[in-house]
Design a protein around this ligand. Structure first.
Ligand SMILES: NC(=O)c1ccc[n+]([C@@H]2O[C@H](COP(=O)([O-])OP(=O)(O)OC[C@H]3O[C@@H](n4cnc5c(N)ncnc54)[C@H](O)[C@@H]3O)[C@@H](O)[C@H]2O)c1
Length: 275
């Protein structure tokens, strides 16, 4: 027996984490999980108020350092300013969860059929989902390289970046006030996340910076019963995911418990990709 403490490798005490899209449906659970595991957490989202509110409630609840900041991940200046502010507050960044994605403000454009999809909407979504990932990985990864002590980067993809959605499950769906579908730009942007992760994992391996993908399946977040039933029927575990169930994989990938894992993709999908 060695005298290694296996369980303490999961602790994030002393880590300084940045979570983009931190005030979202999954993001708030990711932030809370990191805080509970002992990390100081920077909650980053498009709007300041929800980010600040979550940051202060996490500080109260878990007794860690937090900061809530507005940042548009699609803007290089905004990303640079965000990294500067987090480093001023925390001194360093050792964990990045690159997690923000855009649902669009124009739902007709976002859910338009592929044949009619506008290049404008395509580019708008790409500017957040993949350009934003690039900008944040570049700025925070660059900071980690300068710090010279390694780090862990986790990037959120989606089951639909890995496999195609089944259009049949959207018949009779109702969510966000309308019938939904999963647009091609979402799949293309989320597939690109997996590629970016693999690239960066070898690019920064000699710097001790690990880069992995976390791939959620569909989470229960207020979809109608028809949709939930159709989706669940395709899932080996027979149901949609719940946001807290996405957090364990993040804590594992962020912590030293995964110190020999880089370039991988953990699928938290109820087994959908195993069929
Ligand atoms: N919820 C699911 O079922 C599910 C499934 C698969 C993958 N995902 C992925 O998980 C991640 C989190 O999803 P979610 O369900 O919490 O979505 P969400 O829409 O609730 O959260 C995304 C957050 O990103 C923020 N955001 C949008 N544009 C931004 C920008 N330009 N700059 C900074 N922040 C911006 C939003 O304000 C929002 O708080 C996303 O990458 C999403 O694609 C979610």
């Amino acid at each position: 027996m060695s005298d290694v403490s296996y369980f303490s490798q999961f602790s994030l005490k002393g880590k300084k984490a940045v979570v983009t899209g931190g005030a979202g449906i999954l993001g708030r659970h990711f932030c809370a999980g990191l805080a509970e595991a002992g990390a100081d957490v920077a909650v980053i989202d498009l709007h300041r108020e929800p980010a600040e509110e979550l940051a202060s409630s996490l500080a109260d609840r878990y007794g860690v350092g937090t900061i809530g900041l507005a940042c548009d991940v699609a803007s290089p200046e905004s990303v640079r300013a965000m990294v500067r502010q987090v480093v001023e507050e925390f001194g360093e960044i050792t964990v990045l969860h690159n997690n923000a994605a855009s649902k669009s403000t124009d739902l007709d454009a976002f859910f338009a059929p592929f044949e009619e999809y506008s290049l404008e909407e395509w580019r708008r979504i790409m500017s957040v989902n993949i350009d934003g990932m690039f900008l944040v990985a570049q700025a925070v990864g660059g900071q980690m390289v300068r710090q010279g002590k390694g780090g862990s980067i986790v990037q959120t993809s989606s089951i639909y970046g890995v496999m195609a959605p089944d259009p049949r499950i959207y018949e009779g769906s109702f969510y966000m006030g309308r019938q939904i579908s999963s647009p091609a730009v979402y799949s293309a942007s989320k597939a690109a996340v997996v590629g970016l992760t693999k690239y960066l994992s070898t690019y920064w391996a000699d710097k001790g910076i690990r880069v992995n993908t976390l791939t959620p399946g569909g989470n229960d977040s207020g979809q109608n019963d028809e949709f939930k039933q159709r989706y669940s029927a395709r899932i080996p575990l027979g149901r949609m995911g719940n946001p807290p169930e996405m957090v364990g994989a993040l804590l594992f990938l962020a912590s030293d418990a995964s110190s020999y894992i880089t370039g991988q993709n953990i699928m938290v999908d109820g087994g959908l990709s195993a069929w």
